[in-house]
Design a protein around this ligand. Structure first.
Ligand SMILES: *[C@@H]1O[C@H](CO)[C@@H](O)[C@H](O)[C@H]1NC(C)=O
Ligand SMILES: *[C@@H]1O[C@H](CO)[C@@H](O)[C@H](O)[C@H]1NC(C)=O
Ligand SMILES: *[C@@H]1O[C@H](CO)[C@@H](O)[C@H](O)[C@H]1NC(C)=O
Ligand SMILES: *[C@@H]1O[C@H](CO)[C@@H](O)[C@H](O)[C@H]1NC(C)=O
Ligand SMILES: *[C@@H]1O[C@H](CO)[C@@H](O)[C@H](O)[C@H]1NC(C)=O
Ligand SMILES: *[C@@H]1O[C@H](CO)[C@@H](O)[C@H](O)[C@H]1NC(C)=O
Ligand SMILES: *[C@@H]1O[C@H](CO)[C@@H](O)[C@H](O)[C@H]1NC(C)=O
Ligand SMILES: *[C@@H]1O[C@H](CO)[C@@H](O)[C@H](O)[C@H]1NC(C)=O
Ligand SMILES: *[C@@H]1O[C@H](CO)[C@@H](O)[C@H](O)[C@H]1NC(C)=O
Length: 396
């Protein structure tokens, strides 16, 4: 090895990059407690009643000034016909229906570099039809599609305007989908009635014409608060043969069995209406806004490259810690309550969402303590850099 010419400088660079990797705190992943269940033992990723996830994606929408700068999320633009969507009207998903809102703004578009911190991202369902046939609707989807077992959390404030469906969901395809859906037509302030529809779409629900209520994987749960008054955290934990649904860290329901998906997918926020009186109702008589203050996702990636990068980074951190006997490389995920759902409380990712994401150098441009765990999403670039360096070393 040592006789290879030109190796020295590369080795120095490699070591420098590796030391960037270990600057972060959560190299050995993220843990949370698991509610106990019969028959659950190890198979669902739990050990000692704890769940471990290797990756994270945290988005502080309340601090973001321009959504198009966040490379982790893509605003969607596509049309669905009335027939294809099983509605009375079509749906016109357009990027202008997804934008950042200022703290005092009521559905007012900001997307402005000079704006101060806001409430989050607005997803709007418009009251004026497009070409007399489609409702203007909104979708924001995660760019990455490697999100497997995980805990998926969003701070949201829903619309009181009758006639929309607000959804926070995980999606692979129409028969592998985990959904929290809020129908504003079901919200009845006079009775303090605020239901949430919890759904897993599966092969069984496809056979029932995508009516999950005819399967065991549809539950309606009454929320104990008004979801249109303020921000609350909605969450689902997608595990092996098991899905747990939460609001403000309180368990709402559990579904288990063969309908639970078994592969990777992505996370989506959606606000829509198509006039179907049995579901979304509407279209709304006035523009309806749902606001998302943040998303926190802790999950295992299906990407083999990311899995091995994680294993190596964790091993390296453990080795470094060996003399201090450190067990500090695993980060415990804190719960969010109604008191901190508007900003999500503590984040592991402390980077400024208004700075462009680093490219090429992985987390290397984030200086020191400010970069806790940032590298976890940048590992593809980091891995690519390391790989190309290894190739260069071999051929130099
Ligand atoms: C996530 O992956 C890690 C590392 O492979 C594993 O130990 C853990 O059990 C997995 N977690 C779940 C919930 O499957
Ligand atoms: C959706 O339909 C509208 C109205 O027909 C049209 O203006 C728009 O370009 C379409 N958008 C896409 C993405 O096809
Ligand atoms: C938001 O960012 C995009 C991409 O950088 C840019 O094209 C757009 O003009 C920005 N919008 C505002 C209002 O600054
Ligand atoms: C979804 O994906 C699964 C696994 O690839 C497949 O078996 C199923 O048929 C797909 N469903 C749809 C509606 O395409
Ligand atoms: C919403 O509108 C529908 C259709 O007009 C109506 O049946 C329903 O009662 C309304 N919901 C509430 C909570 O007012
Ligand atoms: C929700 O509240 C309504 C009205 O009080 C009641 O009819 C319904 O059974 C409740 N649902 C559940 C799941 O408790
Ligand atoms: C399956 O879910 C039900 C609640 O819907 C729960 O009572 C039961 O313990 C769960 N079973 C397993 C094996 O997790
Ligand atoms: C949210 O606030 C609660 C106290 O209400 C606290 O225990 C928790 O750690 C906070 N969560 C986060 C993510 O900061
Ligand atoms: C951390 O936040 C920055 C800025 O918003 C973002 O670019 C990066 O992807 C985030 N990293 C993770 C792991 O969530």
């Amino acid at each position: 090895m040592s006789c290879l010419p030109g190796l020295g400088p590369w080795l120095v660079l490699l070591l420098a990059l590796l030391s960037c990797l270990v600057a972060a705190d959560c190299e050995c992943g993220f843990v949370q407690d698991l509610p106990p269940a019969e028959g659950a033992g190890g198979k669902d990723g739990s050990a000692d009643g704890r769940l471990l996830f290797t990756n994270m994606m945290e988005s502080k929408f309340f601090e973001l000034r321009n959504i198009s700068r966040d490379g982790n999320w893509k605003r969607q633009q596509y049309n669905v016909s009335a027939r294809a969507g099983r509605g009375e009207y079509g749906k016109a998903f357009a990027v202008q229906n997804v934008y950042t809102v200022a703290a005092d703004g009521h559905g007012e578009s900001v997307d402005d570099a000079d704006a101060g911190p806001g409430e989050g991202i607005a997803l709007v369902v418009g009251s004026t039809l497009v070409d007399d046939e489609a409702v203007p609707v909104a979708e924001l989807a995660s760019a990455r599609k490697d999100m497997f077992f995980g805990s998926y959390r969003a701070g949201m404030k829903l619309t009181p305007v009758n006639g929309t469906c607000a959804a926070f969901f995980w999606y692979f395809n129409d028969t592998q989908e985990i959904d929290m859906e809020f129908l504003s037509r079901e919200f009845d302030a006079s009775k303090k009635l605020y239901p949430v529809n919890l759904v897993i779409q599966s092969e069984a629900s496809r056979q029932a014409g995508y009516d999950a209520s005819k399967t065991g994987t549809f539950k309606v749960v009454n929320l104990t608060f008004d979801p249109t008054e303020g921000f609350h955290e909605y969450r689902f934990d997608y595990l092996h043969n098991r899905v747990l649904f939460y609001a403000d860290s309180k368990l709402l329901a559990e579904m288990n069995g063969t309908s639970v998906p078994s592969g990777p997918g992505h996370v989506i926020l959606q606000h829509w209406s198509n006039g179907n009186s049995k579901w979304s109702g509407g279209p709304p008589k006035q523009d309806a806004v749902m606001t998302v203050s943040y998303v926190k996702a802790y999950f295992n990636s299906s990407d083999a490259q990311l899995q091995s990068t994680f294993a190596e980074a964790c091993q390296k951190a453990r080795d470094d810690d060996a003399d201090s006997g450190g067990n500090g490389r695993v980060c415990r995920i804190p719960d969010v309550t109604a008191s901190n759902a508007s900003t999500g409380g503590t984040f592991f990712n402390t980077s400024d969402p208004n700075q462009p994401s680093s490219s090429g150098g992985g987390g290397a441009d984030d200086s020191g303590s400010d970069s806790s765990a940032v590298h976890l999403s940048s590992t593809p670039t980091m891995a690519a850099v390391l790989l190309s360096m290894v190739v260069l070393m071999v051929y130099s």
